[in-house]
Write a protein that binds this ligand. Structure first.
Ligand SMILES: C[S@@+](CC[C@H](N)C(=O)[O-])C[C@H]1O[C@@H](n2cnc3c(N)ncnc32)[C@H](O)[C@@H]1O
Length: 265
């Protein structure tokens, strides 16, 4: 598999390796889809739903969500969509190639009871535009589940990640795009630096490792991040790897009054 490789391929992974990086990633990634599924099943009282899973990666999560109803998995990478079709196609899942930065494409998908988009907001060009699309894609009474890292990632994840989002910034993003947070869930792990080095130096490493000059440039601009990493890799006991996940309910969009609309036009 080429391309962005911070995805997981559960069928290919050693899920039981206690303390190893693959084991932690497997746990974090599959847990966030199970949490999304449980939240949505509970929120919609088990009724059949139409769901879209944007940035579905290898498709294992789309399969988990298919317990809720019909799920369309969408990803930018044709190779991973091919993998998803081959491994996770069932009578309730379908997969398509699509770009979450392409507003026309997103609009063409139609409306959904639930939009699930896990580990996507850090990848898109404009987080506000993307969250606003999610708002507009929900049927009345719909809900969304999103998640993204809760820790700093920009030293190793550039250029795949466009931003880090703190918990406070996430709340502001949701408020500004018309969402109320109904539920939240946080996962936090510490990755042992020895395990991390052994994973990234293994012959079948899938974790992207940026060139040294990128790290140096990044740390010169963000020295506090270099201090954080120095702490984590020495007395801190490991690199933080964490997720923030939210069940979001759209708030009614307040239409501007005709007078206000005229004044602002
Ligand atoms: C970290 S993976 C997350 C996959 C899956 N949602 C999960 O949580 O396991 C990020 C995925 O986003 C996809 N992606 C990145 N930018 C995208 C975009 N603009 N439109 C659609 N998918 C995108 C990548 O191809 C990758 O599969």
């Amino acid at each position: 598999m080429s391309g962005i490789s911070e995805r997981v391929y559960p069928k290919e992974m050693d899920a039981n390796g206690v303390g190893n990086i693959q084991g932690v990633m497997y746990k974090v990634f599959t847990t966030r889809y199970k949490v999304a599924m449980d939240w949505l099943r509970h929120y919609f009282h088990g009724r059949e739903l139409r769901v879209v899973d944007i940035a579905c990666g290898s498709g294992y999560g789309t399969e988990i969500l298919s317990e809720l109803g019909e799920v369309v998995g969408v990803d930018l990478d044709p190779e991973v969509v091919h993998y998803a079709r081959k491994n996770y196609k069932n009578e309730r899942t379908s997969f398509m190639v699509g770009n979450a930065d392409d507003f026309e494409f997103l609009e063409s998908l139609g409306k959904f009871d639930a939009v699930v988009s896990l580990a996507t907001v850090e990848h898109v060009a404009d987080a506000y535009t993307y969250m606003s699309w999610i708002h507009s894609a929900l049927k009345p009474g719909g809900a969304s589940v999103v998640c993204f890292p809760s820790v700093a990632t920009m030293d190793w994840a550039m250029p795949h990640h466009k931003r880090d989002i703190s918990i406070r910034q996430a709340r502001r993003l949701f408020r500004k795009t018309g969402f109320e947070v109904k539920r939240d869930f946080y996962q936090n792990h510490k990755l042992d630096i020895r395990h991390l080095i052994s994973e990234v130096t293994s012959y079948d490493n899938e974790i992207p490792v940026p060139p040294l000059r990128q790290w140096v440039k990044y740390y010169l601009i963000h020295p506090h991040h270099a201090i954080l990493r120095a702490y984590e890799t020495t007395i801190g006991g490991g690199i933080h790897f964490g997720d923030q996940e939210y069940l979001l309910l759209p708030q009614p969009v307040v239409e501007p009054s005709p007078v206000r609309a005229r004044l602002t036009s």
